[in-house]
Write a protein of this length. Sequence first.
Length: 322
Amino acid sequence: MLNVRRLLLLTEAAERGSLTAAAEAMGMTTSAASQQMSLFERESGQPLIERLPRGVRTTAAGEALAERGRVIRRELRAAEGDLDAFAHVERGTLRLGSFPTASASLLPPALTRFRRRHPGVRTVVRAGVLARLQEMLHTGEVETALLWQYEWNRIDDDALALTHLLDDPTVLVVPADSPLLGHPRVALEELAEAEWIIRADNHPVADVLRRSCHQAGFEPRIAYESHDYQEAQAMVAAGLGIALAPRLALTSRRSDVRLLPLGGDTPAPVRRVLLARARSRAVTPTAQAMGGVLRAVARKFADSGLDGPRIGSVRRAGGNRS
C-alpha cells in the first residue's frame, strides 16, 4: 500500500519543481524529504522524479501519482474542514434524551436557543422513562439526557456523570376560587379531609402524594386518577379535588387553577433535575454546547416565581415516568 505522506510529498515536489520547497511545505528538512522520496521510489519500483541541476521534475509515473495525490490532498483538506466544523458545533447530530415534563418545559426554549446558535447541527430527542433513559446513555443511543430523582429514589449509577440543573419543587394545585388562596403557605396536615386528584398507573407523582400524606399523618382520599397533568388540572378546576405536582409539569397552567407553596411540618418533596452522560464516552462539542444552553435555561426557571416562566417568555429571553 502506498504511503500517503510520501505521495503528498511527491505532489508538492511536482507542483513546486523543488524538493526543498516541497520539504518546507510538508514541515520536514530537505534531507528527510530526499530520504522519503528515495524510499517511495523503492516502494514503487521505478523512478518518480528526475533530479535536475536546479530543482526536480516528475517522470511519467511520478506525474500520474502526483495527480492522484492532488485528489487525496483535496479530500484530506475537506476532512480537516469537516472536523473543524464539528469542533466548532457547525455540523453533526446531537442525540439527547428527556422525560415528558422536561420535554414540555425546559427543553423547548433550550432547543430553540441551541438551534439559533448552531443551525447546522441536527438534533434528535428520545423521550423515555427513567430506566430507559439510563439504558440509552449506556448503549450510546443518546449522548446526554435529562434525568430526575427524589431523595428516596436517587440515581445510583457510577457509570453516569450527573450534573445538577435545578430543584423542581412540589406545589399544590387548587381551583381559582379556592378558599386556600388566602393562605401564604398551606400545611399539608390541614388537608387530611381534602379530595385528591392523583396520577394513575403508579406514576411517581402518585408516590409523592402518598408519601407526603403519610408523613403528615393521613391517607389521601382519591377522587380521580388522571393520565396527564392537563387532565389533572381540568379536574381540579372543576372542583373535584386538589392535586400535587412538580412545578415544571405546570408551565402550561390553566387560567382556572392556581399554584400554592406547601409549608407546615411536612416539607414539600423536591425533585432534582439532572443532566447525565456516560463517563466512558468523551463529551462531544455539540453535547457540551447543549449542556451550557440547558444550564442557562434551568437558571431562568429556578429564578422565576412559583408559576415558573412561560415557555414563550423563556424563548424570547434567551422504569419511572414524569
